[in-house]
Design a protein around this ligand. Sequence first.
Ligand code: GDP
Length: 304
Amino acid sequence: ETLDKGLEKSKTTFFSKLSKAVAGKSKVDDDVLDNLEEILVSSDVGVETTLKIITRIEKRVASDKYLGIEELNQILREEIAGLLSETNTGEATEFLVPIQARPYVLMVVGVNGVGKTTTIGKLAYQFKKAGYKVVLGAADTFRAAAIDQLQVWADRVDVPIVRQNMGSDPASVAFDTLQSAVAQNADVVIIDTAGRLHNKINLMNELTKVKRVMQKVVADAPHDVLLVLDGSTGQNAFEQAKQFTAATEVTALAVTKLDGTAKGGVVIGISDQFKIPVKYIGVGEGIEDLQVFNKYEFVDSFFK
Ligand code: GDP
């Protein structure tokens, strides 16, 4: 079954589509560029970023006159790596938190269903494995299921969780969580927040209040605001990034469900358009299926 999925995917990857489009061609012409544009857009790179890449390649064609297909591959790789480098300067491969932040407070935002809870669980697992003392805060108090699901992960990873009843004030849960974390000398606090987008003003007010109240306990909290996006939803992910970045200062991205989708291009477009680093990628439902984003590995996989 896994093999089937892999084969299914390989028929539709960026690289396979590109190979098909340039088959029989020896140089980059208008036809190749048109196809490339279509392939980038259908790989969820986004129109703006696609046009940016195409314009740069057009310039190369104009100055080189004869640009071979092999060179096109190389240039594309460089362009994509370059776009990712604007936000991802590091080449981190491990789950590390900044030394100067104790506890390091990570506030997690994102719409329901994108994999927010799962990502928090996987992160808790990785941070714990790396030797950090982790505390979770269930500040998504809007849905009882959200609290229960986070509890399931806390039990699974065996880390403490601070929770209140459904409907209680998210800021109050966040406050309690930070107090508890400080009292326990925790290294990392991960705060789940409500995933509603129906009203931008409400969302903004809620996140702002959670932040303000947390700062009563840890003055520079949150150290990061991590937006979780579903990498298989393409245009929706762009729209959510737009809404959340308007509502709060997002400092990092986690892109989930990059397994089973050939549309990893969303990582390129989102990095470029929002100038926020992708820090983590989700590659499955299991506890180990979260990776620290590495731009070089990503570019390699895009061209396979
Ligand atoms: P939330 O509503 O945003 O908290 O979403 P959940 O964490 O409950 O995840 C929704 C569904 O997506 C669950 O079935 C997860 O197992 C699944 N999921 C989360 N991350 C990934 C991923 O990286 N890959 C895959 N294939 N599924 C994922």
